[in-house]
Ligand binder design. Structure first.
Ligand code: B16
Ligand code: MG
Length: 216
């Protein structure tokens, strides 16, 4: 029986990937590297450090540890400028309704995100008060597909992992949930997220109880 829900942030609750893309593209341009939307897709769910390592690798660039730290800081400053104007209207269709449905069913709700900016973003879209726990890149060190972020979420909710259900849009996130012995709802392309328990292209018309909990 499911007693808790753990939501990924980017790609499930909000589309921050487009803001990450703008900021990484700006950094890549300064470094004389072309960075494409196709490449950006591969950064979903990947940590900030993991992302810069990939971009530099694709661009054939090698930087000192100090330079890498500097560019991560600058990229994040740009990213924070872009997300500063986010509004509740940017919540992806159905995400807020599913969170509300979970709470009305008496389920606990946690965030499970790689982002170090998750609290800022949840405040911007007015959802921060809906979460019983927020587990993000500021509290965990291992990246998805390591299950640490979701196992920490289950622990903070006081639940066994097997009683938690994860919502994820990234392959590595789906694998992280499976590695943590949790059922997982893939949000996106069912062929890409084939390892998920169930997938939906988006959450717009999905009902938590009838379409998910009663079926898994
Ligand atoms: P930050 P998620 C992830 O969020 C993003 O998908 C990924 O593109 C980003 O690099 C990562 O957060 C770290 O974000 O730079 O804000 O710490 O999908 O795990 O919610
Ligand atoms: Mg995501």
């Amino acid at each position: 029986m499911i007693e808790g829900i753990i939501f990924d942030l980017d790609g499930v609750i909000v589309d921050t990937a487009k803001y990450h893309f703008q900021a990484w593209k700006r950094m890549a341009a300064e470094l004389g590297v072309n960075f494409t939307e196709v490449e950006n897709e591969q950064l979903k769910g990947v940590s900030r450090r993991g992302s810069i390592d990939k971009i530099l690798n694709w661009g054939g660039i090698s930087l000192s540890e100090e330079e890498i730290e500097k560019w991560m800081r600058i990229k994040n400053e740009w990213y924070l400028e872009y997300v500063a104007g986010m509004q509740p209207s940017e919540i992806l269709p159905g995400a807020d309704r599913i969170i509300a449905e979970a709470k009305s069913l008496g389920l606990k709700v946690s965030l499970g995100s790689a982002s170090k900016n998750s609290r800022f973003i949840l405040e911007k879209v007015n959802l921060i008060d809906q979460f019983d726990a927020i587990v993000d890149g500021t509290v965990v060190s291992a990246s998805k597909p390591d299950p640490e972020v979701f196992l920490t979420g289950a622990k903070q909710l006081g639940l066994e992992p097997s009683k938690c259900l994860v919502f994820e849009d990234a392959v590595a996130g789906v694998q992280a949930a499976n590695n943590g012995n949790m059922k997982v709802i893939g949000v996106g392309d069912s062929t890409i997220l084939a390892e998920a328990t169930l997938t939906f292209p988006n959450l717009e018309n999905v009902r938590l109880k009838e379409d998910i909990i009663d079926k898994i």
